[in-house]
Design a protein around this ligand. Structure first.
Ligand code: HEC
Ligand code: HEC
Ligand code: HEC
Ligand code: HEC
Ligand code: HEC
Length: 299
């Protein structure tokens, strides 16, 4: 084994699989990085081009201003990407996020020895700025939260959660020459807010009662979007009636991190209120419950 290792490292360039430097499709990366490929395939970045909603809203891919972030050539921190030349159906692909024209190497967070392709350690991968060229609005909101409330967590901390130490490759013989390394979920889960992320209180001003909701847990607007249309529903049930307040980025009323929002309540006393908060992601039909709380108002 050691002999083979010495032999392999002395081969240098001979082991480079040259097609990897010609911007192949993600499934080619999956020949070795098969676990990461499977995660990516299940996530939304892999759907960015194929999504039926995107096809319709980009008018069958004819609105050219829509295309670059959904099939990018190369991702650089805080830079809006340009459209690539081929393999559009791959959406936000492995190569787009990891291969750089400048170095002709795969950039990533670790220092690795990778015979099939050159690699370069690049710490921009663990910073929110990496996501900012496409998630432009969300990044601005996050930056405001960071400035005003000293939020420490990055986009990656929440949307590429740690999944332990694992091998980066699952292919013979490479998997035996590499130690396990920290891995991050490449399905880029949106996650869902916890009930305690949204603080709810009843406040009274003059003769009017308000339900006051504060986003204290998600350091960007809730819901947040650049182009998508996610929604939040606040369903208020006071026994004799029900109102539904709809919050969405498109109607510009969202829960800004740290900023209370007030919804006027009907004037009745005493009163028992049931407040349910539901969310709907841009690409999903179903509504999912975030929280359900009951309040009693009595003199
Ligand atoms: C023939 C096998 C093979 C193929 C195919 C392959 N890689 Fe790799 N890759 C490796 C090996 C081996 C390593 C080093 C693993 C280690 O050290 O744990 C690596 C490491 C990496 C890293 C880690 C860099 C870092 O600093 O964290 C990235 C990113 C990467 N590859 C991206 C890609 C992409 C993108 C593709 C498709 C274009 C690809 N690889 C195709 C074998 C391969
Ligand atoms: C090249 C542009 C681009 C970059 C860079 C990018 N994204 Fe995305 N992201 C998208 C697009 C486009 C979608 C929507 C895909 C779809 O649903 O059709 C998306 C979807 C997502 C979603 C899913 C949201 C949902 O509603 O389920 C999350 C979470 C996400 N991205 C997080 C990140 C994070 C974290 C980073 C940085 C590490 C990042 N993205 C970098 C373009 C990008
Ligand atoms: C600056 C990069 C960027 C550009 C340009 C862009 N998008 Fe997106 N798009 C995103 C990101 C990031 C998401 C992920 C969800 C979100 O934040 O809205 C997304 C998500 C979406 C979604 C929701 C996900 C889905 O598959 O249902 C649709 C639809 C969409 N975009 C359509 C468009 C259309 C139409 C245009 C042109 C008018 C466009 N996009 C231009 C970055 C971009
Ligand atoms: C939206 C951009 C994006 C896409 C698409 C993407 N990656 Fe990554 N990848 C990242 C970021 C950011 C990190 C660093 C995460 C961290 O350290 O917090 C990373 C980390 C890695 C690592 C180091 C191990 C780990 O899990 O942290 C490897 C290897 C890797 N990616 C390979 C791939 C391969 C192969 C694909 C396609 C199947 C792919 N990536 C798709 C952004 C992306
Ligand atoms: C402290 C954790 C945390 C951080 C940091 C964070 N997010 Fe989120 N994000 C969430 C949670 C939780 C949700 C799901 C909210 C819900 O719908 O319940 C979410 C939702 C999203 C969505 C889906 C749209 C929506 O409103 O549901 C996108 C896109 C997104 N985040 C992108 C980002 C980007 C880009 C960054 C960095 C600039 C970031 N997030 C930072 C926790 C976080």
């Amino acid at each position: 084994m050691l002999g083979l290792l010495v032999f392999l490292s002395s081969c240098g360039d001979m082991l480079v699989e040259k097609d990897l430097l010609e911007r192949p499709q993600s499934k080619r990366c999956g020949d070795c990085h098969s676990e990461i490929f499977r995660e990516w395939e299940e996530g939304r970045h892999a759907m960015a081009w194929k999504s039926e909603k995107f096809r319709l809203e980009s008018e069958n891919y004819t609105k050219t201003k829509c295309l670059s972030c959904h099939a990018p050539h190369q991702v650089d921190p805080e830079v809006k990407p340009v459209l690539r030349e081929k393999f559009f159906e791959d959406g936000v692909s492995c190569v787009a996020c990891h291969f750089k024209d400048q170095t002709r190497a795969m950039h990533g967070p670790h220092k690795v020895w990778s015979p099939p392709h050159p690699s370069k350690e690049d710490l921009s991968y663990i910073k929110s700025e990496f996501c900012a060229g496409c998630h432009r609005e969300t990044y601005k909101e996050w930056k405001a939260a960071k400035l005003n409330f000293k939020v420490e967590k990055s986009c990656q901390d929440c949307h590429m959660p740690k999944i332990g130490e694992k091998r980066l490759v699952q292919k013979f013989p490479f998997e035996y020459f590499h130690s396990k390394k920290p891995r991050h979920d490449h399905s880029f889960p949106a996650g869902i807010a916890k009930p305690e992320d949204l603080r709810m209180e009843i406040v009274k001003e003059g003769n009017t009662y308000y339900l006051q909701i504060t986003n204290v847990g998600i350091p960007h607007n809730l819901p947040t979007a650049d182009q998508g249309d996610p929604k939040l529903y606040v369903v208020i049930d006071w026994g004799r009636g029900r109102t539904i307040k709809l919050l969405s980025p498109q109607s510009q009323n969202t829960l800004v991190y740290g900023k209370p929002m007030r919804i006027e309540l009907p004037w009745e006393e005493p009163m028992e209120l049931k407040v349910e908060i539901l969310r709907r992601l841009s690409w999903k039909e179903e509504r999912e419950r975030i929280s359900l709380q009951t309040f009693k108002i009595a003199r």
